[in-house]
Design a protein around this ligand. Structure first.
Ligand code: CA
Length: 524
């Protein structure tokens, strides 16, 4: 088939085998009279991204997409018709009362055995995908000094320690000028603590503080919260450089002190080797940003299939983004593994509802004219396009923002975070993420210094234009080249390669977005 005839071939995509609608993927949509797969003839012109009925739907019949009702037929809809939002009665936006709790038994899935990657096993059993020295900071005041010290460590020390992948100054804007005892302040503080303990930093904790800041080192890392590498640390807390120490005479003595402090950490990190570990050691954070009408059609369903594979392999997948899942909350509570997990989902989303109300904003997830033009009939359908990244497994755990997963918390996790790309990524790092998967339709060059980010394009034109920024092209699903399942397997295998050391494009170009803390407490 030539490219031109391939482009003309009518293509529709069904998100789930039980769906009674499919999505038209051709540019410009498909005209009435077109015969689609299975011999069905379109009765109407159906725009790109919109739904076509695959069977006759009686009045009141549920319209099923993602194996979920996204509306109810307001009148009889014949097979081959365009199912636009004026034909649908919309499921009402859900309050947080009277939800179905752990009511759906996830289909049993065969355990996947034999998949492995080459990772760095830490003393506490967690596994890193990169071997990095993280330099924790207590306050933004020290950021400039740490940046220059990191440059010197990279220039002078890293060449001596070839097994170490890099040095990361954990810069942030917290630490002083904040209401540190206010309700909510524990979120940014525990986020910073837990990022210091991310598996990609090998259990080495090194802190640079100013001295007079509100967030003192022993509040950031109280005794018992960090691994002891050095006899000294037992009594004195983590390895600490305090810039206001009397011993520092002049700027260069601060730099020298930080550089010399880094050396024993680098020596220990350098002695580590990658070793073969089961895929169950993956802790994958998924999110989307710069979404388009194809996010919920190509990339997010492929990520969902991959998420099921990770869970079947015994690993951990986190999905997040409160405001993007809120309007299909009953899909989350019903999929919870236990009533306790369902209650935790309600608790986190309820807390977030009240947080938004305090700021006098609603969640604004009602469909926009742009969403409707793109084929999304209502808020539940829009939210399902995001939730589909989580696959079909039962939700095993819920993690509040800034908290860290315990080693026994495997499987599918709802890590409750804002949808902001940087804040979500920062909180997933704190949770213990060792691999990040990010889908985008409009395109974003997002990347993190702390963890590899695999970026998945929703459309082929983005993947082609940004050929050295996108790691995978899920647009091939819309082009008819691969199925959602094949894309999910491809992504799963790519994850194992990247976890074993293969660089992503964001790593190749050193694209590092800032850590952005979620701080619901006041600034002073
Ligand atoms: Ca996002």
């Amino acid at each position: 088939m030539t490219e031109a005839t391939a482009a003309l071939k009518p293509r529709v995509l069904r998100m789930h085998s039980l769906d009674n609608v499919a999505i038209v993927v051709n540019d410009g949509g498909l005209p009435a009279g077109t015969t689609i797969d299975g011999g069905l003839v379109l009765r109407d012109k159906v725009p790109q991204g919109h739904k076509v009925a695959l069977q006759d739907l009686a009045q009141g019949h549920a319209v099923i997409r993602y194996n979920v009702p996204v509306g109810y037929a307001r009148q009889a809809i014949a097979a081959g018709s365009w199912v636009h939002e004026r034909l649908l009665d919309i499921p009402p936006a859900r309050e947080l009362q009277g939800l179905p709790m752990a009511s759906v038994k996830a289909l049993p899935q065969d355990r996947l055995e034999g998949y492995t990657f080459e990772g760095y096993v830490n003393a506490n059993g967690a596994v890193g995908t990169r071997n990095l020295l993280g330099i924790t900071t207590t306050v933004q005041c020290v950021a400039g000094v740490v940046k220059i010290a990191v440059e010197r460590i990279e220039r002078e020390l890293l060449p001596l320690f070839p097994n170490v992948d890099g040095v990361v100054g954990l810069e942030h804007t917290y630490g002083c000028g904040v209401a540190i005892d206010a309700p909510g302040a524990e979120i940014p503080i525990r986020t910073l603590r837990h990022i210091s303990l991310n598996p990609n930093f090998g259990g080495e904790v090194m802190v640079v503080s100013l001295g007079c800041e509100k967030l003192q080192p022993d509040r950031l890392l109280p005794p018992g919260s960090f691994p002891i590498q050095d006899a000294r640390e037992k009594d004195q807390g983590p390895d600490l450089v305090c810039l206001q120490d009397d011993a520092h005479v002049g700027f260069m003595s601060m730099i020298e002190h930080i550089v010399q402090s880094a050396r024993p950490h680098l020596e220990r990190l350098n002695a580590r080797q990658r070793q073969t570990v089961p895929a169950s050691e993956l802790v994958v954070g998924v999110q989307c940003g710069g979404s388009d009408a194809f996010s919920g059609v190509t990339a997010n369903p492929a990520v969902g299939f991959m998420a099921d594979l990770i869970v079947r392999a015994g690993g951990t997948v986190m999905f997040s983004e409160n405001t993007e899942v809120r309007d299909a909350v009953e899909q989350l509570t019903s999929r919870a593994a236990t009533p306790e997990v369902a209650e935790a989902i309600v608790r986190e989303l309820g807390w977030y509802d009240r947080y938004l109300e305090r700021g006098r904003v609603d969640r604004s997830a009602n469909t926009t004219p742009g969403n409707k033009a793109g084929g999304l009939s209502n808020i539940a359908e829009k939210a399902m396009g995001s939730i589909i990244k989580s696959g079909t497994s039962a939700i095993a755990h819920v993690l509040p923002p800034g908290e860290k997963l315990r080693p026994d918390q495997k499987g599918l996790v709802f890590a409750a975070t804002p949808a902001s790309d940087f804040i979500c990524g920062t909180l997933q790092l704190a949770a213990g993420m060792n691999l990040h998967v990010f889908t985008t339709g409009r395109g974003t060059p997002y990347g993190l210094a702390e963890c590899p980010v695999i970026k998945v394009a929703t459309r082929s034109d983005l993947a082609h234009r940004w050929h050295d920024l996108m790691d995978m092209n899920a647009g091939r699903i819309a082009d008819g080249e691969i199925s959602i399942e094949e894309a999910g397997w491809e992504l799963f295998r790519m994850l194992l390669d990247v976890a074993s050391g293969r660089q992503t494009w964001a790593e190749r170009w050193k694209l590092h977005n800032a850590l952005v803390l979620f701080n619901p407490a006041p600034i002073t």
